[in-house]
Design a protein around this ligand. Structure first.
Ligand code: ADP
Ligand code: ASP
Ligand code: MG
Length: 402
């Protein structure tokens, strides 16, 4: 009998009537003769409000306690989901990550999954019980609750699908993956099939619809993902190996990321070892650094800029200020009014001139580019945040709508 993992995002379990709607989707699968495992996010807004409570304590937030707190939302949603399924006449049991267990490393708030014990889930499935598993959380070898990074229920679903040899369906509040965020670009087009590589770039570059790490995991283990709406029966978007994606446009999608901040070390000595000092200190604190730009030096001094996730900006800023004292720097500046605009497409590998076209669009809008980064299948430009949506719509118009 085929097993399918159905993951419901925050909006899809946003209130009791939505949970009932999601539960009916589960029941339809059962009626098709499938075994179903549910993975649920927290109800919409719940994780944010738990985080906001924590920050109101004004304490120095201990990551272990943050995880203990923010994992609560998923437990609430999973138990409500099981209760609703039971009321509709079906057998269901909720499980927290630690109950399976889903083992992770101990890097709180962005833990990595190490292994999943499936015995309990398989036993429940044998007994016609629908296991409703909390997304976003696991347990470390020390026995502490961990979370998998924002949007991490996607990763829970992908990893469980892999462990159970199951199909993976991600139910969300849009009809699938689009050529741009459909809430910002009204002519955004739904994509029928997209390669892991493109989806990974999109997710890393700000398309919130799938968590980047979940796509990394899917790509590594070949998990096929169907992203679709929990509010319609329409086919959504398939995320697949590249060989199964026939159409290879130069630009598949445009993304806008407003979640980064830029830190600049002004007037840093241009000598070997500086970059090592700065980035090893950040790496040791598990801070992920994105774009890095170093200017040409003048009289032996240069400026070094890089971007980090906005929710780590304060931590990164403090670390860099400490390093700056050691290496001698004129100033350290933090700028959180930036945005990263990117175009993504596997067809870029075999076309030329894409970058020039992107720069032309920005130039015609009078937008200055602060940094550029490219890979085989993407071009990203750092710009002022206030121009983000304008650039997004214009690039979409030029690359997708024409
Ligand atoms: P869930 O709670 O179901 O996990 P998310 O809020 O994490 O949902 O992701 C869905 C949202 O992602 C959509 O509401 C949409 O605004 C946003 N999004 C951003 N970029 C895209 C894109 N390219 N395609 C689809 N949705 C996108
Ligand atoms: N509830 C978590 C978050 O808001 C995980 C998720 O929704 O996937 O990030
Ligand atoms: Mg999500």
């Amino acid at each position: 009998m085929k097993t399918v993992v159905l993951k419901f995002g925050g909006t899809s379990v946003g209130d009791l009537s939505r949970i009932e709607n999601a539960a009916r989707r589960v029941i339809n699968k059962l009626k098709e003769g499938k075994r179903v495992v549910v993975v649920t996010s927290a109800m919409a807004g719940e994780t944010d409000s738990l985080l906001s409570l924590a920050s109101q304590t004004k304490g120095n937030l201990n990551p272990r306690e943050v995880d203990a707190l923010i994992s609560i939302g998923e437990q609430k949603a999973a138990s409500l989901f099981a209760i609703v399924l039971q009321r509709l006449g079906y057998r269901a049991k909720s499980f927290c990550g630690w109950q399976l267990p889903i083992y992770t490393d101990s890097v709180h708030t962005k833990a990595r999954i190490l292994s999943i014990q499936t015995e309990r889930v398989l036993r429940e499935l044998e007994n016609d019980v629908v296991p409703v598993v909390t997304g976003f959380q696991g347990v470390s070898k020390e026995g502490d609750i961990t979370t998998l990074g924002r949007g991490g229920s996607d990763l829970s679903a992908v990893a469980l699908s892999h462990a159970l040899f199951a199909d993976c369906e991600i139910y969300t509040d849009v009809e699938g993956v689009f050529s741009a965020d459909p809430r910002l670009v009204k002519n955004a087009k739904k994509i029928d099939r997209i390669s892991y590589e493109e989806m990974l770039e999109m997710a890393s570059l700000g398309a919130k619809v799938m968590q980047a790490r979940s796509i990394e995991y899917a790509m590594k283990y070949g998990v096929r993902i169907h992203v679709r709406s929990s509010f319609s029966e329409n086919e959504g978007t398939w995320i697949l190996p590249e060989e199964e994606v026939m159409e290879k446009p130069e630009v598949r999608a445009i993304t806008l990321d407003r979640n980064e901040s830029r830190i600049t070390l002004v007037g840093v000595e241009d000598r070997p070892g500086i970059a090592y000092e700065v980035f090893s200190a950040l790496g040791n604190s598990h801070i992920v650094v994105d774009m890095i730009v170093q200017n040409v030096s003048h009289q032996g001094f240069t400026d070094l800029s890089f971007t980090v996730n906005r929710n780590e900006q304060s931590k990164a800023f403090e670390i860099v200020k400490e390093v700056a004292k050691k290496i001698g720097v004129k100033d350290v500046v933090l700028d959180d009014k930036i945005a990263k605009i990117s175009v993504v497409g596997i067809g870029m590998r075999s076309s030329y001139g894409t970058a020039a076209k992107v720069f032309e669009v920005l130039y015609k809008l009078g937008i200055n580019i602060m940094a550029i980064s490219t890979s085989e299948i993407k071009i990203s430009c750092l710009i002022e945040e206030k121009y983000g949506e304008l650039a997004l719509r214009e690039l979409h118009q030029v690359f997708i709508e024409q």
